[in-house]
Each structure stands twice: as structure tokens, then as C-alpha cells.
Design a binder for this molecule. Structure first.
Ligand code: PMP
Length: 552
């Protein structure tokens, strides 16, 4: 029996010693003390069917014996020495991982997380191409570090407060350096940012200071204790007279709630030198310049349905009108994870990869959630779209719970990276490498890709049946064991059933089933269990959901 501190005691300590942004699931948070394959156990010994796998991380199963054995043996021998000495584990793991990759993707870099992998991929893209601009999808999640938060266009910050106060921008005057009177609360309009706007003292504006006022949320649910934060983003504009507002776009994609605005500002003189192009989307904070978020090819909510050509045109438009004609790269998940299991419109990646490569950029596939056979039909998510990327990033499932990430690229791109020293203290350390290698072998030995296909199609089939009976299920989507259930109060309008999702989420927990929650509106259940999840488990999950829905 468990003799450790209670959930209340742990929560109290977290509140005192850990940052207020650390959020938890469930009104009464779970204290998980043990895990075994697809099951988790709380402090009272209650068993839960885990359909979220520690956020799509526990690929083989909690405490899978063969992986525990591999880690333990390595732990007892040598935990760490860094890559300044030789060790076979990192080399063996890299060889095995490279053998899983198509095309010329043969050079492996090990890091410690998905964010780090994407940071490195972005650096590679910029160094290799000699360009700065990155293109990512709206509704994407690629990490939370200062670089990757710019690629992420969802959720960690959600500007969900009414638009009257959502954005304030101030012009700073060249002459008196005071914030001039033209500060604006409310809907940004082109008139408010005219070329050569004048300050009260008749001086020309020199700098724009944007105050984004985010309200931190956990995917739609405000974090109770968080204060409002003012986040200043200062844009020095040497020649304000050449500044013009490209557009204030009401979101053309319905992935943006109507209260959000996307503001694109550019100075033509600086754009020609490739320096200045800012796109502030109020649902994503772009800390590093030159990141373009294109319309999300979302077949359910997207404006263009499943028409990949029209979505791809938006990428071309961004390149034509928002960049000097060249970009560093494009990054996308093939099924958006945090975004709510959104599978990109068929054929989209092929079209976009062509466009991006013609503009000098490289194509990055974020396989942090979709990799390692989870989609069932293929080992890698990008294969479902028939493309081969230039760089692939991975994390989560690659380590079954170990802090591990990887980037795989071509020798040509790797050569450019050799301009600088690439060092990472823990990347590929013996314990993680031994564990990661064991993960790859277990997935093969247990034929998990085929298993995901089999159990996943059973699960999706049963969920589609459930959709016939429960109006609240707007969409069932996904592949293999990467499944999303989107809940709506009105199927035609697709109104997000936020409150109902929250109630059902708690109810499922009571019934002993743990699922994830996601999507821009927090109204999507994410079903991404450890890959040892069985047909019986799928039936139990669907029956529990059916029961919970019948009670709502
Ligand atoms: N990419 C994707 C697709 C992810 O889902 C995540 C994490 N949710 C990341 C990158 C970042 O990974 P990490 O949290 O390990 O930094």
C-alpha cells in the first residue's frame, strides 16, 4: 500500500514551491503512484485505463519490463560520461533509428525533449537555407522554448479576453520619445497605423510597442491564480514613414475564434533586407521574428474543407507577400496532437513541400506524437501524406517516458551544421540511449504498428457508431491510436461544447478512464493510449463514454 503524501499535501507543496503556470487535470487532481502497461493506479489503489499515455509519451506501456531491464542494466554500469568519450549505446541507437527512416534521412542528433528537437531543426533550416522565415500551421504545437513558442500557434497562451483589451499598441515618437496619444484599445484598424503617423509634438513615430495582454489558460480553461500579464513586444522601426499595415485580418480560418485578430505589419524597406516582417496572431506569441502561421488545413473546421490546393495557396501567398520570396523552412505535424488530433487535408504536405522547396526552404516533419507506428498505417506520420521531409523531429514516444528527443536529417544538411559545434550534455546519454533502443526493439517485436492499426480501426468504428446516437459528437477522426472526438452543441454551427466536455471529462475519470483534452476550444477528447491498448480496452472506453453521455 502507498504510504506517501496525500494528493492534498502534494498540491499544497506544488502551490508553494512550483510556478503558478503548472496546471493539472481534473477538479480534484489525481495522485498517480504506479503504472503498469495501459493502467495507472492512484494513491488508493484505484485502477485507471490510461488512454492518454502521459501525453502520448508512454509508447510501449508503463514500466514495460524489457525497457525497465535495459535502463536498469545500463544504470548499474554507467549513467553518464557525455559524448566526449565513446560509448556504444548512442551509436547503436542512432544506427537503429536511422534504419527506420526513408530516403536519405540518415544523420541523427539526440536531445532531451521535443522543444529542443524543434529548436535544433529550426536552426538547421536557417543555417542551411541562409533564410530566416519559418512557416508553421495555425493550431500547431511545437514546443514552449523561446524559439519554438513562436512556431506554436495555440493554447499555451490564449488571448481569450475580449478584443477591446486584447491588444494595445503604442507608437513611440522619435522627437520626444514619449508614447504618443495614438494608443489604441480595441479593434486594430488600418487608420490607426498610418504611414508617418505623427505624435502630439508633431514628431514621427519611431517605434511600435505592442502590449499583448494574454490570459493564460489551460486549453480554454482559465488558470485561476494567474495574474494578467503584460507582454511588451517592441518593434524598432527606423523609418516609420515606410511602415504600413499590411492587413488586419479577421481570421479567415475558423480555427481562430472570431474575437481574435491577426495583425501583419511590415516595413517594405526592411523587408527587402529580409529583416522585418511580423505577424502577431493573438492566439500565438511569436517571440522570434519571421514566423508565418498559415491557414490550417483542417478538414472539419477549416474554411476550405479538405481542399488541399486552397490551403497550399495560403502558403504561397505568405511567401509572395510576406517574405522576400525566400524562406528557411516549413514545419508541421501530420496529425496535430495538442490541436485535437486534426489530420491535415489529404495531399496538403506534397503541395506545400514543393512550394517551400522552390522558395529555398527545407521541410520539417514534427513526429513527436505521430511517430513510431502510432498511426497504424505507417511508421511515420509524414508517410501518410506520401512525402519525405528534409528534417524529422521526435520525442515523447521515442523514450517511453525517458527524457529523450531526436532530430534526423540528411548528410547535406548535417554538413552545414558542422560549421558550429553541436554539443548537448545529456543528448544520447547511455541510459536514455539504452532505453530508446529497447523501445524501438519492443515496438518491432510486439508488432505495435499493426496492432495500432487493428485496435485503432475498431475504436474509430465504434466511436462512429456512438456518433449516430449522441448529437454532441461532432467529429470522430484520426488514425490508428491517434484519435480525436470533437464535441459540439450544434452540429451544423459546430459550436464547441466546452462545458459539456469538461463535465464528461470528469465523469470518465470517475468511471476509471483517463483521456486527454485539447483543440483550440478545449472541446476535443484526445485518445492516444500506450500502444499495448487492446480491443477490450477500446470497448471499455467507448462504453464508458456512451454511459457518461447518456447521463449528461
Ligand atoms: N511537438 C509536438 C507535436 C508536441 O506535441 C510537443 C509536446 N506536446 C512538443 C513538440 C514539445 O515537446 P516537449 O514538451 O518534450 O518539449
Amino acid at each position: 500500500p502507498y504510504r506517501g503524501p496525500s494528493a492534498e499535501q502534494i498540491l499544497e507543496k506544488r502551490k508553494r514551491f512550483l510556478g503558478p503556470s503548472l496546471f493539472y487535470y481534473y477538479q480534484k487532481p489525481l495522485n498517480i503512484v504506479e503504472g503498469k502497461m495501459q493502467y495507472l493506479f492512484d494513491e488508493n489503489g484505484k485502477r485507471y485505463l490510461d488512454a492518454f499515455a502521459g501525453i502520448v509519451t508512454v509508447s510501449c506501456g508503463h514500466c514495460h519490463p524489457e525497457i525497465v531491464k535495459a535502463i536498469t542494466e545500463q544504470n548499474n554500469l554507467l549513467q553518464h560520461a557525455t559524448t566526449i568519450y565513446l560509448h556504444h549505446a548512442i551509436a547503436d541507437f542512432a544506427e537503429e533509428l536511422a534504419s527506420k527512416m526513408p530516403g536519405n534521412l540518415k544523420v541523427v542528433y539526440f536531445v532531451n525533449s521535443g522543444s529542443e528537437a524543434n529548436e535544433l531543426a529550426m536552426l538547421m533550416a536557417r543555417l542551411y537555407s541562409g533564410n530566416l522565415g519559418m512557416i508553421a500551421l495555425r493550431n500547431a504545437y511545437h514546443g514552449g522554448t523561446s524559439g519554438t513558442i513562436g512556431l506554436t500557434a495555440l493554447s499555451t497562451w490564449k488571448y481569450s479576453i475580449p478584443q477591446e483589451i486584447a491588444m494595445l499598441f503604442l507608437g513611440f515618437c522619435l522627437t520626444c520619445n514619449m508614447a504618443c496619444k495614438s494608443s489604441i484599445y480595441g479593434t486594430c484598424s488600418v487608420e490607426n497605423l498610418k504611414a508617418g503617423s505623427k505624435c502630439g509634438c508633431n514628431g514621427t513615430l519611431t517605434k511600435l510597442l505592442f502590449h499583448l495582454i494574454p490570459s493564460p489558460t489551460n486549453f480554454g480553461t482559465p488558470l485561476p491564480s494567474s495574474p494578467l500579464v503584460l507582454w511588451p513586444v517592441s518593434i524598432p522601426v527606423q523609418r516609420c514613414s515606410s511602415l504600413r499595415l499590411l492587413s488586419v485580418r479577421s481570421p479567415s480560418s475558423s480555427t481562430f475564434p472570431s474575437s481574435h485578430r491577426v495583425l501583419l505589419v511590415r516595413s517594405p524597406s526592411l523587408v527587402s533586407s529580409g529583416v522585418l516582417h511580423f505577424a502577431f496572431s493573438l492566439s500565438g506569441l511569436h517571440l522570434s521574428g519571421e514566423i508565418h502561421h498559415v491557414v490550417n488545413p483542417d478538414p472539419y473546421r477549416g474554411d476550405f474543407g479538405s481542399d488541399a490546393h486552397r490551403y497550399a495557396k495560403d502558403v504561397q501567398d505568405h511567401i509572395n507577400y510576406g517574405t522576400p520570396g525566400k524562406v528557411a523552412g516549413f514545419i508541421a505535424e501530420t496529425i496535430q496532437g495538442v490541436g485535437g488530433a486534426v489530420e491535415l487535408a489529404p495531399g496538403y504536405l506534397k503541395l506545400v513541400y514543393d512550394i517551400v522547396r522552390k522558395a529555398g526552404g527545407v521541410c520539417i516533419a514534427d513526429e513527436v506524437q505521430t511517430g513510431f507506428g502510432r498511426t497504424g498505417s505507417h511508421y511515420w506520420g509524414f508517410e501518410t501524406q506520401g512525402v519525405i521531409p528534409d528534417i524529422v523531429t521526435m520525442a515523447k514516444g521515442i523514450g517511453n517516458g525517458l527524457p529523450l528527443g531526436a532530430v534526423v536529417t540528411t548528410p547535406e544538411i548535417a554538413n552545414v551544421m558542422a560549421q558550429k559545434i553541436q554539443f548537448n550534455t545529456f543528448g544520447g546519454n547511455p541510459v536514455c540511449s539504452a532505453g530508446g533502443l529497447a523501445v524501438l526493439r519492443v515496438l518491432d517485436k510486439e508488432k505495435r504498428q499493426t496492432h495500432c492499426s487493428d485496435v485503432g480501426s475498431h475504436l474509430i468504428g465504434r466511436l462512429k457508431d456512438l456518433q449516430q446516437r449522441h448529437e454532441i459528437i461532432g467529429d470522430v477522426r484520426g488514425r490508428g491510436l491517434m484519435v480525436g472526438i470533437e464535441l459540439v452543441t450544434d452540429r451544423k454551427e459546430k459550436t464547441p461544447a466546452k462545458a459539456e466536455t469538461a463535465v464528461l471529462f470528469e465523469k470518465l475519470r470517475e468511471l476509471g478512464v483517463l483521456v486527454g483534452k485539447g483543440g483550440l476550444h478545449g472541446n476535443v477528447f484526445r485518445i492516444k493510449p500506450p500502444m499495448c491498448f487492446t480491443r477490450n480496452d477500446a470497448d471499455f472506453l467507448v462504453d464508458a463514454l456512451d454511459y457518461a453521455m447518456s447521463k449528461i
